[in-house]
Design a protein around this ligand. Sequence first.
Ligand code: MSP
Length: 517
Amino acid sequence: MTAKPYYLTTPIYYVNDVPHIGHAYTTLACDVLARFKRLDGFDVRFLTGTDEHGQKVEKSAAQAGVDPQAFADKVSENFRRLADFMGFTHDDFIRTTEPRHKAACQEMWRRMLAAGDIYLGSYSGWYAVRDEAFYGEGELTKDADGVRRAPSGAEVEWVEEPSYFFRLSAWQDRLLAFYEANPVFILPSTRRNEVVSFVKGGLQDLSISRTTFNWGVPVPDDPEHIFYVWLDALTNYVSALGFPDEDGDFQRFWPCDLHMVGKDILRFHAVYWPAFLMAAGLEPPKRVFAHGWWTNEGQKISKSLGNVIDPFDLVDKYGLDQVRYFLLREVPFGNDGDFSHAAMVTRMNGELANDYGNLAQRVLSMIAKNCDGRVPGTDAPTADDRALLDQAAGLADKVRRALDGQAFHEALEAIWAVIRAANAYVDHQAPWKLKQEDPVRMAAVLYTLAETIRHLAIMTQAFMPGASARLLDQLAIAPEARDLAALAGALVPGTSLPKPEGVFPRHQAEDREGGRK
Ligand code: MSP
């Protein structure tokens, strides 16, 4: 049987900035899904990359005094480094300055033009370089200094230039019909409602080319014009599959299963992108999920406030598995979240070191000490044993269901319900007391626990790959027996186990740091 394809993407990151926590977060969410889907037998294609054209990048390059290509090469490399550092398992990294991407953009253009959805006109209106977005007069506010600002807070400037337009106004009904027919195309549902009411409010044609600067993909047959950066950027999702060649990867992986994006860029993905695709005769993606934004100790993160969270520092301070866990556990995925040192340490020490780490450490050391370092023998399971094993065995379905709706927090909650049940079971069965009274029963209890830990470690691999792998090593699980299909197996009594060691260290600095946050 051939594996089912699963294609998921991160936004491509602007190369005007150093990578920060927001970038790491979006890609992390995708990485967990990609790892989980692979463990679940899917043929996964996981794409990330960098968005290198447009006015914003051109400006940053000019400020740095280098040409935009050299600038993009350097900053793009920082994003690759972050991805490696965070242990991300993307299969491809696309850059919009690559020839494969340019070819795809120009073909998209030709198709949209042939379909009658592009016409030449001229644009006059407001543009925010920071957002790379056009705004209507009615959307703007004036600040105390009389500066006009977009709803995002970005400064806007007046633009007047010849421009090609995409006939977005003609797509309103077709988009609404598409949302209606695909109720989970946009998640979370509150975001879906916002998009639907935006589209119901009427759509204006969209300016899709610029002439006042030239850092971009030239429009076919009219190179005075370059692509509006969002049409260029969105196309990365098909150029990475070899489009315009519609065989091979494109045929296998398109339509995309999931575009993961932040809430600020949902409109581009859930309104413009499906309209562009349909106009070009291509299928829209299956899902766009918009996640929330992080604040830092209650404050909006911004360069001017100097409170940008550097993911490299975070991981150095708390550990990679810990940061991965925290970011996906702290808030229901889709909501905004606040990063604080206190919250990080509470999760790290309470849930990882105490709940999960101690469970594993206690059980594995009892086995090392009392069972000659081998998987203990099992006896006829009692009702209590069966209850715990059944709960562990039911976990995969729960996690699968949660992750199919990108509900990472629910998946982790289901896993922690089993961890808590296992801790309650150890306390109740008190295997340390059974050592003298009933060694056979002690062995059965420890077996039940070790088998539960095997399930847990398999299930936490996608979230915390490092610690989970070390736990599976300590249970002597072969690399090929770590996927979800292997859950159906069981530990083999008598298997010799390596010496146990803790895998979730406590955060030590908090005492020294006193009340410091
Ligand atoms: N280049 C565009 C995307 C094009 S996709 C075809 C872009 N790039 S970005 O670098 O500005 O932002 C990328 C992602 O980072 C967005 O999904 C955005 O939501 C996310 N974040 C930026 N700051 C964030 C937080 N403070 N918190 C969480 N995510 C945030 O937009």
